[in-house]
Design a protein. Structure first.
Ligand code: ADP
Ligand code: MG
Length: 577
């Protein structure tokens, strides 16, 4: 077969395919150019998800007339000159192929007016054919219009999704880029409707609120760490704010979004045991390091990068997360502060007259005696540290006095967390320590459950359970995790073994995820239940243990353990201030 040199229109289309695969990638390139041009405000208009029209308008530096002619050519860029520059680029673009690629597969038009220049110019390019430069009217900045994407590449046009789908992708790109720089103001429309309006703000946190909403932003924890020349900062979500996928996890290295498996792994590890498998934190993590320590030119869309010292970068991110995620101040906020200090307007009950409200004075002697006994008990409880359990509410919540105010602690979840962390530590060290029962505990399970237990003997042994099948669905538990054995004996083994069977049945493989789930089910089974009265001394010990944990504020499933009402809050409610 004869080898032929491809004509330029063909090579252009091939090259375009690497960079431009849907409206969202056009939006990305155009917006990145606007950011590189130091714009303070960027407007994006989309029609039909960007398939029929994409307009990006900016107030950046703009271009001279003759630069417009160059901009549409391949490998024309104002951002780097020499090979060395490639290793220290500070701009998002540098390959000089985006505009050429876009113009090759659409009908594009640039209108631009440079800073300090006297006039604006317009240039069209359609299917790669560049037209004539004409003068135009426009304030400083650049407008790029891209119509009929892939009009000359039908094979690609066929792969486009419905306008709604394409819009969703483009919108995601825009929101991500909006995270890069809170000081850029945004205005995005789709089919004439405003879909994202975000004026310039002072902080990343404010930008998070514009993108994810105030509630989510309020649930984000700042993280920060510096290690030599590597600096990491950003926000990650509290465990009660989570997502079903990784889409809202952004790593930004020297101002550029990257997808990096190492960093994703570090993030996932920080939440292991805090979030249920299959749920993911929201994260925006900036990494700054000297540009020569990153290679950004390993991917046509510049999404993947290479670090000279990946380990150091990962360690720094891990350190930042470690500090942030287990920070003691991470507590569930007091939500729904409605009707503070006055009755809700909607519940306009007629105010009872005085006489109706008075009730015969009752004096419940047995109750008073119990209270007195309780007070005496309290005096005997040894308190170490700055938290004192002052009572148990409805046998479910512990009330804890702290120097800052009041903490209300879910006793079940707190205990579960304490037990779980203990097991995790043993697991990570020499394995779960078992206790041998003198008298084995007996459980009865249905037929299929029995075969699951028998089939998973090894897995059970690894989490500290040794059992014998006694036939007919009866099992004898001979050994059990020592940390749980006493508590579980009090509560019986039937229920917990049923949840263990469920866990074994629903997870196909013997992996980390399964074992983590088994450990949390076991901890849950042995933990004090809601509605169980417990002596104050025990409650005090539990709280003190809880506070020694790395993460005392959330259970492995992400439910909050502690609810704090600060002294400030109390004062406000009682109108002391
Ligand atoms: P790159 O961004 O890799 O340099 P592009 O093809 O995206 O390549 O853009 C080519 C050149 O056109 C840029 O280097 C820049 O000088 C100029 N340019 C593109 N868009 C804009 C804009 N919105 N404002 C000012 N200059 C722009
Ligand atoms: Mg570019």
């Amino acid at each position: 077969m004869a080898i032929r040199r491809l004509t330029e229109p063909v090579t252009l289309k091939i090259a375009a395919g690497e960079v431009i695969d849907r409206p969202a990638s056009v939006v990305k390139e155009l917006v990145e150019n606007a950011i590189d041009a130091k714009s303070e405000r960027i407007e994006v208009d989309l029609r039909e998800g960007g398939t029929s029209l994409i307009v990006v308008r900016d107030d950046g530096e703009g271009m001279e007339g003759e630069d417009l002619l160059l901009a549409f050519e391949r490998y024309t860029t104002s951002k780097i000159q020499t090979e060395e520059d490639l290793y220290s680029v500070g701009t998002l673009g540098f390959r000089g192929e985006a505009l050429a690629s876009i113009a090759a597969v659409s009908r594009a038009r640039i209108t631009s007016c440079p800073v300090g220049g006297d006039a604006a110019h317009t240039l069209d390019a359609s299917g790669g054919r560049v037209g004539e430069l004409t003068s135009a009217a426009r304030p400083v900045g650049t407008t790029i219009e891209v119509r009929d994407l892939f009009f000359n590449v039908p094979a690609r046009a066929r792969f486009l999704g419905a306008p709604r789908t394409e819009f969703m992708h483009a919108n995601r790109v825009i929101q991500r880029l909006a995270l890069l720089s809170p000081s850029i103001g945004w205005m995005v429309t789709h089919d004439g409707r405003e879909v994202f309006v975000a004026p310039a703000v002072a902080s990343l946190h404010d930008r998070l609120a514009q993108i994810y909403g105030i509630d989510v932003a309020g649930g984000m924890i700042p993280v920060e760490a510096t290690h030599g020349e590597v600096r990491v900062h950003g926000f990650v979500s509290r465990p009660d704010v989570k997502r079903g996928n990784r889409r809202d996890q952004s790593f930004i290295v020297n101002g550029r979004f990257v997808s990096d498996r190492g960093l994703s792994f570090v993030l996932a590890s920080a939440y292991r045991g805090i979030l249920r498998p299959g749920t993911y934190p929201i994260a925006v993590i900036h990494v700054h390091l000297p540009p020569e320590q990153v290679d950004v030119n390993v991917h046509p869309r510049k999404e993947e990068i290479r670090f000279a010292d990946a380990r150091r970068v990962q360690d720094t991110v891990a350190a930042a997360l470690q500090r942030g995620v287990s920070d003691r101040r991470v507590v569930a906020p007091l939500t729904g502060a409605r009707g503070v200090g006055r009755a809700g307007a909607g519940t306009a009950e007629p105010r009872p007259r005085y006489s109706e409200r008075t009730e015969p004075l009752s004096f419940d002697l047995p109750r008073e005696m119990r209270l007195a006994a309780r007070t005496r008990e309290m005096e005997k409880v040894r308190v170490s540290g700055d938290r004192r359990v002052i009572g148990q509410l409805q046998s479910t919540y512990l009330l804890v006095e702290t120097p800052e105010g009041l903490e209300i602690v879910d006793q079940h979840i707190a205990h579960e967390r304490v037990l779980y962390e203990g097991l995790r530590d043993e697991w990570g060290a020499d394995g779960i320590v078992r206790q041998i029962f003198l008298i084995p505990a007996r459980v009865e399970v249905p037929f299929e459950a029995a075969s699951i237990l028998v089939g998973n003997r090894d897995a059970l042994e690894r989490v500290g359970i040794i059992l014998d099948a006694f036939g007919g669905g009866t099992f004898l538990i001979r050994e059990y995790p020592r940390a749980l054995a006493d508590e579980q004996t009090k509560r019986g083994f039937q229920e917990v073994m049923e949840t263990i069977v469920d866990a074994l049945a629903s997870e196909q493989n013997l992996n980390e995820r399964l074992f983590d789930r088994l450990l949390s089910e076991l901890s849950c089974g042995a933990a004090i239940k809601a509605g169980e009265p417990i002596p104050l001394a025990e409650a005090q010990a539990l709280i003190e243990r809880l506070m020694t944990l790395e993460n005392p504020y959330f259970c492995p499933h992400g439910r909050p353990i502690v609810f704090t009402i600060g002294r400030d809050e109390l004062d406000r409610r009682f109108q002391r201030r």
